[in-house]
Structures are given as C-alpha cells and as structure tokens.
Design a protein around this ligand. Structure first.
Ligand code: SAH
Length: 273
C-alpha cells in the first residue's frame, strides 16, 4: 500500500514469454506436480492438476467467499476453485499482462467472468482494502518476490482476521553447499527467484498462525525432471518464441534442480490472527 515497494516488472516479462510453454505442458498450470510414490505413473500434467486441487481444497471457501489468488499465472487454480465451489468469488493477480489477458479470456469462455476477476497487480503493493478477502492462496509466486516479508504482510492486511492462506512453494530445507549451491543459484538466477528461507518465521511475523506445514519434496521434486523431458520433446515448437540458448539452459537446469535436496517444497496452511 505504500509506494516504495520493489516492483516485479522483469518477472512479469519473463512470464509473458514463458507462460504458453509451461501451461501447454502442465495442463494450464505453472507449478510442480504431486505423485503419491515412485510407482505413481501420472504424467507431469496430471500431477500438476493434483497439486492445484490440493491447494484449492485447503482454501476452505464457500458460496460468497472472496478469495485472492496471489500470482495467478494463466488463472487455472482460480478457475478450478470457482468452477468446483459454486458461488465463490475469486480475484487473481499477476505481474504478467499476457497472463491477465489469457486468464480473463478463459474466465469468459467458462462463463464465470462475473465472479472470477483477473487484475495486473504487485503482491508487494496490493491495490485492495484491508480485510477484503476471506481466504488467499499463493502457488509458486512468493518465490519470485524480492521482498517476501513485505508480500506476506500485504496479504495479511487484505485478509480478514481468521482468514486462511495456503502456500505451495520452494523453500530452503537445509543450507546448500558445493554443487547443490551452484545448481540452486543458477536455477534462481535464470528463473528470477529466491528459495524461501524460514517460511514459518516469516508467516508468524506477518501475523499468521501455522495450521499445516508439510514438506512434500519427495512427492514433487521429480516434476522438474519430468518437465525437462517434456520440454525437450516440444523444443522445435517453442524455440522461435523462446531464445534457443535460454530454452536449453532451462532444460538442463530443471533436470539438475530435480535432484537437489537442500531446496524442497512445502504445502502450508496458515490462519490470519
Ligand atoms: N500460481 C500460478 C502461477 C505460478 S508462476 C500457477 O501455479 O499456475 C508465478 C506467478 O507469480 C506468475 O503469475 C507471476 O506473474 C506471479 N508473480 C510473481 N511476482 C509477483 C508479484 N510481485 N506480484 C504478483 N504476482 C507475482
């Protein structure tokens, strides 16, 4: 709400270019997938939809609830929530103009544009009034924010007391060193992110109680290798729009990041005090 917050214009530009690729391979999503165990044969697209449902199912929204999707991508989770929980009113925000256009078009196609709204906005500088929302969720968006504390404080401000926040994101599990540190640093540089350190402390400081905090790394990290494989298969279709060197760098980095253990993945539910 103050105007001195850092901005995320570059992240937005990156997603203007990359969204079509990721959503084509991940059934409209831009996040990892969830597999029950090593035997689970689900495709990365099916597994990504599962993770969407795990998040959406934890939001606890009902008819008339106002829900905020922080970093909405192409709008898939917002639309999933609105179409599975009748009467829910969802607002998705993103710093990619391209994503907002795509998400709005999809809401119109699905006939839910009257209660699913998409808007260009920076989560570190929210354009919403205090206590406006009954719930919020953030899937792999906090990781892109230069000031994660500030984003969480902004989310806390726009939520009413008692409201839920569901987060699915990449966190530090233990200090990285050597080859792992190099992989994580490269991954973060190329995808413009920073793995989230001490998320429970950040949530506490922002005014949240932790309700659930699950390290689901063993169920999701294979998504990066699976995505890398799929990217290689569709390379010819996308290297016109995405610079070939950048595309190949991502293929390699995702494959390597998949095996990292110092970084992992958390599904967290918190409640605004
Ligand atoms: N949650 C979606 C998209 C994840 S990709 C999904 O799971 O499919 C990361 C998203 O975070 C993008 O939509 C990007 O625009 C958004 N994002 C990154 N930084 C942001 C910021 N400061 N404010 C709002 N959205 C942001």
């Amino acid at each position: 709400m103050a105007n001195s917050a850092p901005v995320s214009t570059d992240v937005g530009h990156m997603y203007d270019v990359m969204t079509e690729l990721f959503t084509a391979l991940l059934d409209g999503n831009i996040h990892v997938g969830y597999w029950s165990d090593d035997e689970d044969q689900a495709s990365v697209a099916e597994a990504a939809t599962r993770l969407t449902d795990m998040v959406v199912g934890r939001v606890g929204a009902g008819p008339g609830s106002q829900v905020l999707d922080v970093g909405c991508g192409a709008g898939t989770a917002s639309l999933r929530l609105a179409t599975t929980q009748d009467g829910t009113v969802v607002t998705g925000i993103s710093v990619s103009h391209g994503q907002i256009d795509t998400a709005r078009a999809r809401a119109r196609e699905l006939g839910v544009a009257h209660r699913v709204h998409f808007r260009y906005a920076d989560a570190m500088n929210m354009p919403f009034g205090p206590g406006m929302f009954d719930a919020a969720f953030a899937i792999e968006s906090l990781i892109h924010m230069p000031d994660q504390d500030r984003a969480l404080q902004e989310i806390a401000t726009v939520l009413r007391p008692g409201a839920r926040l569901v987060i699915a994101d990449i966190v530090d599990r233990h200090p990285a060193s050597g080859a792992e540190k190099e992989i994580i640093d490269n991954f973060c540089a190329v995808t413009q992110c920073r793995t989230i350190a001490a998320l429970p402390d950040k949530l506490n400081r922002a005014g949240f109680e932790i309700v659930e905090f699950d390290d689901i790394s063993t169920h999701v990290m294979r998504a990066f290798a699976a995505l890398s494989d799929r990217m290689r298969e569709v390379r010819a279709d996308f290297v016109g729009r995405i610079a070939p060197a950048h595309f190949d760098q991502l293929v390699e980095l995702f494959r390597r990041f998949s095996a990292v253990t110092a970084a992992g993945y958390v599904l967290a539910v918190a409640q605004r005090r």
